[in-house]
Design a protein around this ligand. Structure first.
Ligand SMILES: [Zn+2]
Length: 838
């Protein structure tokens, strides 16, 4: 899907910040460092200290602190986000759940590109709101998440850990938050013990960080005044509002640009200037006087064999020639050779990668491998265009180029003279069994709380390592250095100019449905279309659908032929549902040359992140609901955005969107019910002028159903005709038992008899922002609660008003409908039918 989002020009300094300490990630516009940026990288090369920042979600991280440690202290910084933020809402498009997690992963990487940090994850899934760490750690596989935090410490080897949250305050914030701090502390104790998760020691080594801090602030104390009075003897505080003349930016300005990458969360931030303090409260280790790294040698001397490297690179830093950085190359080559001989494997790898890219930048060396097409399938031969150019007088020879995945090597042996380009065309032959380009954590079926990752070496990585690479073997005056570049695709866009895209491996055939859920409220058959997309030219084969045994599908099989790669064929099937309530996943299977293809190819395209390819099983959830309805015409007043109207249309209601200005007691008469969208009384400003008309409509026999609103920022004093107070009560356990307070009430009996069964298979939560006080005109219908809490009785309240009915509900119909939860539909149909049963 194409998004029309304006490309904002990348800030100039962008390229400076952490480039490639971990090598290239997914293909993006290549970094081209200027002298000032190279100088910053040399300073970072000479600092050997690291910080791990720990939180639970994309956006928990303090970009100001990350940027401060990266750009002021020159430390290595990583943000460990336990989850990818899959459970949130999306402000920029329709993607939710795993697709949203993918967008947020890339937003974090975009943020890190700016503040300079690296990014790490665990396998934990952001399953939705959780009140306590106990609940969180039950839904997550606690041991696996802890193991992943231990692994992050062992691999990144931070001297200092900084927790975003307080491990001592369960219940005061999201359960994921407190859990992140608790797990971080536990991992601090375990990471150095060889008996803890010994299987990890096959590919990493034990490590003991020196200190753990909690990144506290007034927010955790309730107010600035309370924080001012707090005992700060165990806190370090320092000014992070520093100015970087070499960048022309303050640290807070960098932090704001970084935070603004969280576009799907709407976290656009404006930078500030001037002094601003951060506070770190010591949790483990000894209290330093001034600096988090106190007592830790952060110079090259911390390594055996490092002293000499430090001396050489110290001179490189002090003698750096901003007009001719290539003057540093002889000394950099010397240091490179010594770094390769370091016994400490961790720093050897980290610093080798880093100095390599500094050497490349100092010589103005540009290396690129471009695939002439954006995507290909297994077995395909892809033409590549290679370019190498040296922009210095340093003697450089291109020895050979190796192409992955086949590791075919091409000898070149060409001297790269100053500013004389070398180009070559090569063919990349993709293996037949090459994996599709898709996030590794979505390859296997996940559970509610955890992603499944079958290859342990992938755990923690922000994205799937690229399979298609070009390795340039370059001789720098006698020293051979292998420089890895991703194979990318690029083209000239008439508006945006040179445009880089990842080169993708896609399936030969992909299949998809137009909808995710199809609801059959009658036993009549319905036509369903399947789209087949060709990943290669002249694709032909057969197509069939697989469904549960109670479902009939016609025809049993059909054929298709698509001439061109990218072309589609649409085939229609009749689906005949069973008579009884039932549901089934319907799976399309395209058979091409004896191979079966059942995956959908999804591409997510936003300007602030690289194009994302996602290959997932295509499926349609078909749901047969036994449902009776009285009344059929619904007026819907939109709130913050939900798909309730489309869902009601699926079960046969006629739904008309109502703009607030169209509302009058006259215009509402024709509706059997008027429904307000989620948070309509928070966001639909104009609704306040129409509140009297809405209540008149009810008084004259209408039926008004109000879905959840938050108590803060209500546009009217009370959306109800009688006193009602909205609270923050919510029931987050979607399986929480529900008991019936008003068993005989029509809303539980007519026209559908609601039973316990109607509350099974709910998703994510029961509901939120339930009222906790109401006047006696309201009849509370249901009672429910999360484990260990008092029952809430405000999830569904019905009041007779005049000749009509007013219903207030915090039940999360907006989450249940898109998942086709039958009980939610049946209960809602009763709400619409109320007053029409007699
Ligand atoms: Zn959070």
């Amino acid at each position: 899907m194409k998004k029309t989002i304006i490309l904002h020009s990348m800030p100039k300094f962008l390229s400076l910040l952490l480039f490639l300490a971990l090598g290239y990630t997914q293909a993006q516009t290549p970094e081209k460092l200027n002298s000032s940026e190279i100088y910053q990288e040399i300073k970072k090369l000479n600092f050997l200290g690291s910080v791990l920042y720990v939180g639970a979600h994309p956006d928990d991280e303090n970009t100001r602190l990350i940027s401060y440690f990266e750009n002021k202290k020159k430390a290595r910084v990583a943000y460990l986000s336990l989850t990818r933020g899959d459970g949130g809402q999306n402000l920029i498009g329709p993607e939710l759940r795993e697709k949203l997690g993918l967008i947020r992963t890339q937003e974090l990487l975009a943020a890190r590109k700016i503040d300079g940090g690296e990014q790490i994850f665990t396998r934990a899934n952001d399953f939705g709101y959780s009140k306590t760490p106990e609940e969180t750690l039950q839904i997550w596989d606690k041991d696996k998440v802890l193991s992943d935090v231990v692994l992050a410490i062992r691999k990144f080897k931070p001297d200092v850990i900084i927790n975003r949250f307080d491990h001592r305050s369960p219940g005061s914030t999201h359960g994921h938050h407190t859990s992140s701090a608790m797990l971080s502390l536990r991992a601090f104790e375990l990471a150095a013990k060889p008996t803890a998760y010994p299987e990890q020691l096959k590919y990493t080594s034990v490590f003991q960080p020196k200190r753990v801090f909690f990144n506290t602030s007034y927010w955790f104390y309730g107010s600035r005044e309370a924080f001012e009075k707090a005992d700060k003897s165990e806190m370090l505080s320092f000014d992070v509002g520093v100015y970087f003349p070499e960048l022309g930016l303050s640290n807070s300005e960098i932090a704001a640009i970084s935070r603004s990458q969280h576009q799907s969360q709407g976290f656009g931030s404006t930078g500030t200037r001037g002094q601003v303090n951060e506070y770190l409260e010591l949790i483990r280790g000894d209290m330093p006087e001034r600096d988090v790294f106190e007592g830790i040698d952060t110079s090259w001397s911390r390594l055996e064999g490092g002293k000499e490297i430090g001396e050489i690179l110290g001179r490189v830093e002090s003698d750096f020639d901003f007009l001719n950085p290539s003057q540093s190359l002889p000394q950099l080559m010397k240091a490179y050779k010594l770094i390769r001989e370091l016994k400490n494997e961790h720093w050897r790898e980290v610093k080798s990668q880093h100095i390599k890219e500094i050497i490349v930048a100092c010589s103005g060396l540009f290396l690129e491998a471009v695939a002439t097409r954006p995507s290909a399938t297994g077995g395909e031969q892809v033409p590549l265009e290679l370019e190498a150019i040296n922009r210095s007088s340093f003697p450089i020879q291109l020895t050979s180029v190796e192409l992955s995945p086949n590791n075919s090597q091409v000898q070149v042996n060409k001297t790269l003279d100053n500013n004389q380009p070398w180009t070559e065309e090569l063919l990349l032959r993709l293996p037949d069994n090459i994996k599709n380009t898709s996030p590794y954590w979505l390859r296997d079926m996940s559970t509610n709380g955890m992603y499944k990752v079958s290859s342990p070496e992938l755990i923690g990585k922000p994205e799937t390592p690229l399979q298609t690479l070009a390795n340039f073997n370059v001789d720098f005056d006698g020293t051979e250095i292998a420089i890895e570049r991703p194979i990318i695709h690029k083209f000239n866009d008439a508006v945006f100019g040179e445009t880089y895209r990842p080169f993708m491996i896609i399936p030969k055939a992909s299949v998809s449905f137009e909808k995710d859920v199809e609801i059959f409220e009658k036993s009549e058959s319905r036509s369903i279309s399947v789209i087949v997309t060709a990943g290669k030219d002249s694709l032909k084969g057969s197509l069939r659908l697989e469904a549960g045994k109670n479902w009939k599908i016609l025809p049993a099989e059909t054929s298709f032929k698509i001439n061109q790669k990218g072309g589609t064929a649409i085939r229609t099937f009749e689906i005949i549902p069973p008579d009884e309530q039932d549901q089934s996943l319907i799976k399309p299977i395209a058979k091409v040359e004896g191979e079966e293809y059942s995956d959908e190819l999804i591409q997510i395209d936003y300007k602030h992140i690289p194009l994302q390819n996602l290959v997932m099983p295509a499926k349609l959830k078909a749901v047969r609901i036994k449902i009776q309805k009285k009344g059929e015409y619904i007026g819907y007043i939109e709130g913050a955005g939900d798909v309730v109207p489309q869902s009601l249309a699926q079960i046969g209601y006629r739904v008309e969107y109502l703009e607030p200005e169209e509302i009058s007691s006259e215009s509402l008469k024709k509706f059997d019910a008027v429904v307000t969208g989620i948070r309509a009384y928070n966001v639909a400003e104009d609704l306040k002028y129409q509140q009297n008309d809405l209540l008149d409509y009810v008084r004259n026999g209408g039926n008004l159903i109000v879905q959840y609103n938050t108590s803060r920022g209500l546009i009217v004093d009370n959306p109800a005709p009688y006193p009602l107070e909205i609270s923050r009560d919510r029931v987050t356990d979607e399986k929480a038992p529900v008991s019936f307070l008003a068993k005989e009430h029509p809303v539980l009996n007519k026209p559908n008899k609601i039973t316990e069964k109607d509350f099974s298979n709910w998703v994510q939560e029961r509901g939120l922002y339930f009222p906790n006080r109401w006047s006696e005109e309201f009849v509370p219908i249901l009672s429910m609660n999360d484990k260990g809490e008092e029952p809430t009785q405000g999830s569904l309240l019905v009041a007779k008003y005049g000749k009509g009915y007013f219903i207030y509900t915090g039940l999360s119909f907006f989450r249940q409908f898109p998942e086709g939860v039958p009980g939610a539909y049946r209960l809602f149909a009763n709400m619409v039918s109320i007053g029409k049963n007699e």
